[in-house]
Design a protein around this ligand. Structure first.
Ligand code: ZN
Length: 139
């Protein structure tokens, strides 16, 4: 079995900025030399998340609006009382969505739908440079 590890650096604008990283994930999968296995994509940090979505502006906006209903930005958070950094909602959203997603790799192809992209969602309240770890496990 091969375990291939690589990192991506992704610049974001924060505040729910959603970045399509499918091309980079596909590139790393090809570079790994693995034919079939699993591709793990994980962002480092507690205010960002990974998922898949149909990457079009309407749906990206819909997801942003959903987060305002699920974990609103304009309410009090214990985290903000403790640290004063004003990003309690960012942490809660990131914890719910999760830091990683994994995609099957089958004979060199990611098992993704045509309208399904791998995205980084940065919930923090400021621009960040994010580290994404891509691991390809298989043979
Ligand atoms: Zn914080």
């Amino acid at each position: 079995m091969t375990v291939y590890s690589s990192e991506l650096a992704v610049q974001t604008r924060g505040n729910g900025d959603t970045v399509d990283v499918t091309g980079s994930v596909r590139h790393e999968s090809a570079r790994s030399g693995v034919d079939s296995g699993i591709v793990l994509v994980s962002v480092v940090g507690s205010t960002a998340a990974m998922t898949t979505i149909e990457y079009e502006s309407g749906l990206v906006a819909d997801l942003g609006k959903a987060w305002e209903r699920i974990a609103p930005s304009g309410i009090a958070y214990e985290h903000d009382k403790r640290w004063g950094d004003g990003n309690g909602h960012s942490h809660v959203r990131a914890a719910i969505l999760g830091p990683s997603t994994s995609i099957p790799l089958i004979h060199g192809e990611l098992a993704l739908g045509t309208w399904q992209q791998v995205v980084l969602v940065d919930f923090d309240t400021r621009p960040r440079t994010r580290r994404i770890v891509v691991q390809v496990l298989g043979e």
